[in-house]
Each structure stands twice: as C-alpha cells, then as structure tokens.
Design a binder for this molecule. Structure first.
Ligand SMILES: Nc1nc2c(ncn2[C@@H]2O[C@H](COP(=O)(O)OP(=O)(O)OP(=O)(O)O)[C@@H](O)[C@H]2O)c(=O)[nH]1
Ligand SMILES: [Mg+2]
Length: 188
C-alpha cells in the first residue's frame, strides 16, 4: 500500500512538472453574433493567419484551440465558433455551457448587426452571468462603408464595455481582441 501511495505521489509530481499539461489553464470562449459578421474569419485569422473572401456559413459549431500567453501565464483557449444568429435560441444556451468569456461580433457596415449584438449580449448574460466579453466591430478595412460611428463606439465604452475594431481580412487588432479577452478572464 505504501509503495502504491509513493508511486501515485511520484506520478502526480511528474505530471505537474511537465509544462503545458496539468498547469495549463484552459478556457472555453464563444464567438457570438449575427450571420456573416466574420466570426469564423476572426478565428481563422487568429489560429492560422489565413483569410478567405468566400463565405461559407457555419453550421452548428466548429471548435478550434489556440495557446496564448497572458503576462507570464500560459493559457489554452478552446474557441467555439457558433453559427450566426440574430436571435437567441435554446441551442445557443446549450453551446454556451462552461463558457468563461465571449467575443460579441458585429459588422461595421451593417447597423442591424450591432443591434443584434446588444440583444444577444443580454441573452448570453442571462445564461452565463457576468463573464468577460469584448464587443468586436469587424471589417475595419471597409471603414468608408461603415454605418457604426465614433459616437456608437463611445456609447458602448461609456457602459464599461471593451470595444475593439478589427479586420479579419487585414489582421488588424485580431490578436488584440483575443488576448484582451484572455487577460479579462484572468481578472487583468
Ligand atoms: N472585407 C472584409 N470581409 C470580411 C471580414 N471578415 C469576414 N469577411 C467576409 O465576410 C463574409 C462572412 O465571413 P464569416 O467569417 O464566414 O462570417 P460568420 O460570422 O462566421 O458567418 P456565419 O457562420 O454565417 O454566422 C465572408 O465573405 C468573409 O470573407 C473583414 O474583416 N473584412
Ligand atoms: Mg461562421
């Protein structure tokens, strides 16, 4: 019995010494927002540095992972890229289970997507409670066609929201959005 106990302690000790295994914090985050705002493109830019002009709508959910470092801490993000929706559905609630934070994505060229984001945020908060999220207004490369202006962004910032303007196409501020969410989930 004593030998077994010692062996167990040795295994536990070794496991905890291997970087990236037991000590790695893992967090599930969700991409939430209307259709075609660029949720999949943001994940793809962040994980593989690639972008495609082709629109392939997401069916159900696609899960990716990416390891990041926030401060001195390594963290594994499990990225749940949900199908676009303007309204909350029961399905969303089941996908959200266990989520530690989310990117609420809108398309700067379509005002209805920011309205949908505001409503979705309330619905998601009703399920998850007060977990960190970032409002991501995407397609910054099309700024000339944006209908979401400075005052709208200020409005959300004045509510205490983090707002980040991104372009999945050009890679602008995409990493910043995910890393900021990572930092918020660690309470930074
Ligand atoms: N110009 C520009 N186009 C973008 C950007 N991000 C995404 N797109 C385009 O917008 C379309 C939709 O992108 P997706 O990433 O599939 O959007 P989604 O939110 O995942 O869509 P659903 O899965 O249907 O909800 C595609 O044609 C992309 O190429 C961007 O930053 N700039
Ligand atoms: Mg998608």
């Amino acid at each position: 019995m004593e030998i077994l106990r010692r062996l167990w302690h040795r295994e536990f000790f070794l496991n905890n010494l291997i970087p990236g295994t037991v000590l790695m914090i893992q967090k599930k985050i969700c991409m939430v927002g209307s259709f075609a705002v660029g949720k999949t493109s943001l994940v793809s830019r962040f994980v593989t540095s690639l972008f495609s002009e082709k629109y392939l709508t997401t069916v159900g959910v696609k899960i990716d992972k990416k390891d990041i470092t926030v401060g001195a801490r390594d963290m594994r993000l499990m990225l749940w890229d949900l199908a676009g929706r303007d309204e909350f559905q029961d399905l969303t609630a089941s996908y959200l289970r266990g989520t530690s934070g989310y990117l609420l994505v809108a398309d700067g060229t379509r005002s209805n997507t920011i309205e949908a984001a505001t409503e979705l945020q309330q619905e998601v908060e009703a399920v998850l409670g007060d977990v960190p999220f970032i409002l991501v207004v995407n397609k910054y490369d099309l700024i000339d066609k944006w209908v979401i202006g400075e005052s709208d962004v200020e409005h959300f910032r004045s509510k205490g929201w983090d707002v980040i303007l991104t372009s999945a196409k050009q890679g602008h501020a995409v990493e910043e959005a995910f890393l900021t969410l990572g930092a918020r989930m660690l309470g930074c």
